[in-house]
Design a protein around this ligand. Sequence first.
Ligand code: GSH
Length: 218
Amino acid sequence: MITLYGAPASRAHRVMWMLKEQDLPFTHIPTDFLRGGTRTHEFLRINPNGRVPVLDDEGRVIFESMAINLYLAKTYGGAVAAKTAWDEAQATQWSFWAVTEVEKPLLLAAANLILFAPPDRNADELTLMRKRLDRPFKVLEAHLAARDYLLGGCFTVADLNVAAMMSLVPLSGLDLSEYPRLARWLHICLERPAAADWKPIKFTVPRPPAHLMLASFV
Ligand SMILES: N[C@@H](CCC(=O)N[C@@H](CS)C(=O)NCC(=O)O)C(=O)O
């Protein structure tokens, strides 16, 4: 039995999407990270990082959304799984790329537009973070010139991991007109029925103190 911890309006939606693509039954515990759900003794025993998502597969407990999805692909296969070692390497590459090149500026752009409480928003930081996304977005736009999906002709865990993170794009007010292929690819990915649990975030969070900004804040 698989158990997934984490509310849909969190990075747990990435894993919910994956489990649904694979048609895997799971128990969902929507641990609410905004109300201390990830800081209880009980939860910290499951994930000492105090973060969601975390997945328990018959006692094998794994954290980090991208790693969870790559694990699910490798273990349970299905149409979304990489079929060769090279495809697997590419899926890992794009997942790391999304985390290192895209996630922080995208999250901070969304934060300064919507996620931070209004007095904590900073218009200069919003502009800067949007600018930082030019470089990775150009890379993805060029990659999609020769193929419909990241690994070629069909949707895989590589697309899922990157597109699930980029579901923050609409919350960042980013203009994708310079990236038409990226925009089309993202739209097609997010329209998949298995992605439907993704609900626009409706909450705000306070800006963390500057010395904590390197850490993830939502
Ligand atoms: N790199 C981790 C980040 C997980 C993360 O930061 N999750 C947030 C919710 S989206 C969380 O649990 N925050 C609660 C906290 O930090 O206390 C992943 O991708 O799984």
